[in-house]
Design a protein around this ligand. Structure first.
Ligand SMILES: [Zn+2]
Length: 229
């Protein structure tokens, strides 16, 4: 966190309007640390909505006096909902929950196996009932106040040459969100760290899915197409 906090200071000096900080698992035993981090974030930055970001990318105009912060939570871990969400709300911040839709939809009895197959880290013994992923009910409960976003369907390292797998991970995930939230999600992050515009086969699927923003190594990029249905 120290390095990230110094990056915040740089953001002030250079006037960069939006910064991103990333979290993955947020276990309860670290709650006090998160509380302190978010308290500091909230004093320096404005919470950032998708509309704020869209306006800024389209016009270059930032609507807040302070720079914005995108607090990104990756993978759809249950502890993001149980531990981190209440702290975000305590400090008046907005979370960007990048969830892996197939993990959210995975039957509880299979979630440990799903996690070990797809590199989703599990903290041993954290949840004795075996549910390590957020549920669709939990995502729906956060949908109005926070940002729900896609982090693929299966968190799978698919080959760029495998069109069917690419389609499932990128477009299929959007179909999952549409089915369970009642609307498409606007932001997407995948596993390869590849920027939009550098991998045409991925970009084609991202266009087809209608994602507007792609998170990539601490930046947000604007897309212009819309989900088709
Ligand atoms: Zn991930």
């Amino acid at each position: 966190m120290t390095a990230q906090l110094s990056a915040f200071d740089d953001a002030f000096r250079t006037g960069t309007p939006v910064r991103v900080i990333n979290y993955h698992n947020t276990p309860a035993y670290r709650a006090e640390q998160y509380d302190r981090e978010l308290e500091q974030v909230a004093t320096q930055f404005a919470p950032t909505t998708e509309d704020d970001l869209a306006v800024y990318i389209a016009t270059g105009r930032w609507p807040h006096a302070r720079p914005g912060i995108v607090v990104a939570l990756y993978n759809g871990y249950r502890n993001n909902y149980d531990v981190f969400r209440p702290l975000l709300e305590k400090h008046g911040l907005i979370g960007w929950f990048f969830a892996t839709s197939g993990y959210v939809g995975c039957p509880v009895a299979q979630q440990l196996a799903f996690g070990s197959e797809y590199n989703l880290r599990t903290i041993a013994g954290e949840y004795p009932d075996g549910r390590y992923a957020m549920s669709w009910d939990e995502l729906r409960a956060m949908d109005a106040r926070h940002v729900i976003a896609s982090h693929t369907r299966n968190h799978a390292q698919v080959s760029l040459a495998d069109e069917a797998a690419m389609h499932s991970e990128i477009v299929g995930s959007q179909e999952d969100f549409y089915a369970h939230l009642g609307h498409p999600v606007r932001a997407f992050a995948w596993l390869f760290g590849s920027a939009y515009g550098k991998t045409p086969v991925a970009d084609r699927h991202i266009d087809r899915a209608g994602y507007e923003f792609q998170a990539e190594r601490g930046r947000e990029q604007r897309r212009t197409t819309h989900y088709q249905g």
